[in-house]
Design a protein around this ligand. Sequence first.
Ligand code: URA
Length: 230
Amino acid sequence: MRLDYYLAHAANLSRKEAKIAIARGRVLVNGESKLKANTSVTDNCDVILDKKSLSFQQNRYYMMHKPEGVVCALQDDEHSVVLDLLPNEIKKELKVVGRLDKDTTGLLLLTTDGQWLHKITSPKHDCPKTYLVDLADKIEQDAVSALEQGVLLNGEIDLTKPAKVVIHSDKQISLTISEGKYHQVKRMLAAVGNKVEALHRSQIGSLVLPAALPLGEFQELSQEQAALLV
Ligand code: URA
């Protein structure tokens, strides 16, 4: 990686501050002070800034198969929270990427990387999320068309962004959306006169929940897998 990127990450500097520190000779890499912003370093290099040794902690990324009954909060007085499903040594500094309702199952991401989290959850970045939706009533074609065009959710002033609908059966669809408003899928189906009976998130961006990942279990994503999502 580039030295300015390493410094920004390891010393919490902006890229500009990192470049200035390098230009002013405040940085040593393996004892060498003739450095440039694009000097290549690895996380094993001995990097010193202002006589203090730095260490580079890679961000960590996980996917979990969220079971029913656990909430996506840091703490809850009544219910288990998703972090309770992780061993203590990995849950440090982890944040939950977006929220699933207590009764929703499926793909949930967790990370230490705030920028990655933002890119996946912000509607501006258009990261698609796919839900398998079991419905109380038969899905009608006019409801599908409305969902695909955008519907007005109770209490909102703008239509939802166009969604993608795949019909699996009379009472089961997949719905792909790139926004994450509170109870969005349930409210979208309510807006077309139906009701969600069960909700499961099967995919985020190109990442599909692996069939082999049991409920309540988690798996670390590689840096490459994580990079593919943003
Ligand atoms: N939309 C919902 O209504 N609930 C979820 O858990 C996720 C999306």
